[in-house]
Write a protein that binds this ligand. Structure first.
Ligand code: AMP
Length: 306
């Protein structure tokens, strides 16, 4: 049961109301791979970095459990760099710098060993790069895709063509509204599912996530946390936990996706507690299980009907 992910492996520089980081390990592919490794799922990260990327970070991804043979190193190139600053409520952030560097010419190559993974997770990247990965896949049970408003603004036609080919799309509420031109998320979901995906996950940050499929809807809350330090990577950790949970499920359907959403939310709740990948890396299975129990308690109630 395996998960192939493609996504940025990056340097991030982050400022939140609680502090500033130096250039640290980041990138969607990094968070997806780390989340999958935490769940003990066989996974590979496909990405590209420059000669400036520390071997120590590659070792970290590998010893955590990801197959990193699909991370190409371009010795003369520079690694993707992203800098962001969060506002006081932490629900919104400004991107201060995006330097694509080696990601600009990224031509992903999937090795024969990884052409038939159980699940493919297309992290937020140029839609043509996402399409190129799909073109190399020979067999898979499920394709999950993440994207963002940046690609809706700049590469609409290419984006729509990839969306047509995926089973699950994960986006946030603002992006769902932009993609569908509908304010109501229920109407937006219907329109987006008409574009191709059978399932739609709408992420609402600290307000949880919604799962849509045909006429069904499921809502998963986010855990009210005492420590919210840096939300960077929460969406990617969610996507990684969600996809990895499904990679290990016997069945893939609406019910197993509900559980996958809770797993994604539980892992993401750790990511936000410290800068970058720090908290996700150190989290133990026991802590994950405790948090899953907290999710259960948060949503369970009994009621006598009148
Ligand atoms: P998230 O907070 O889950 O939305 O993801 C943040 C991560 O996405 C950071 O680690 C960034 O390195 C990465 N990222 C930001 N912008 C882009 C982009 N345009 N392409 C690929 N990765 C990006």
């Amino acid at each position: 049961m395996s998960l192939l992910s493609v996504g940025s492996v990056a340097f991030d520089k982050i400022e939140t109301p609680f502090g500033k980081s130096d250039k640290i390990l980041g990138g969607a592919g990094t968070y997806i791979g780390l989340a999958a490794s935490k769940l003990g799922v066989k996974n590979a990260i496909v990405s590209v970095v420059g000669g400036d990327f520390p071997q120590e970070y590659l070792n970290l991804l590998q010893t955590s459990g990801s197959d990193i043979s699909g991370i190409e190193i371009i010795p003369t190139g520079k690694t993707f760099f992203w800098e962001g600053k969060y506002h006081i409520d932490m629900n919104s952030r400004d991107t201060l710098v995006t330097e694509l560097n080696v990601l600009e010419q990224f031509d992903p190559k999937i090795s024969d060993e990884w052409k038939s993974p159980r699940i493919v997770m297309l992290g937020n990247l140029h839609p043509l790069v996402q399409a190129s990965v799909l073109n190399q896949i020979e067999d898979t049970d499920l394709v999950v895709m993440d994207t963002m408003n940046f690609w809706m603004d700049s590469t609409w036609d290419e984006l729509i063509k990839v969306i047509e080919r995926v089973d699950v799309l994960t986006i946030n509420d603002e992006e769902a509204r932009q993609l569908s031109n509908e304010y109501s998320l229920v109407k937006a979901a219907r329109k987006i599912m008409d574009m191709g995906p059978k399932y739609l996950v709408i992420k609402k940050g600290e307000h949880g996530a919604l799962l849509f499929h045909e006429n069904q809807v499921f809502f998963a809350p986010a855990l009210p946390l005492e420590e919210v330090f840096d939300p960077t990577g929460a969406g990617d950790t969610f996507a990684g936990g969600f996809s990895a949970y499904l990679a290990n499920s016997n069945e893939i359907n609406f019910d197993t996706m509900k559980a996958a959403i809770i797993m994604g939310s539980a892992l993401a709740s750790f990511t936000v507690e410290k800068f970058g990948t720090e908290r996700l890396i150190e989290v133990t299975n026991e802590e994950i299980n405790d948090r899953l129990k907290q999710f259960e308690a948060l949503t369970q109630y009994e009621m006598d009907l009148p």
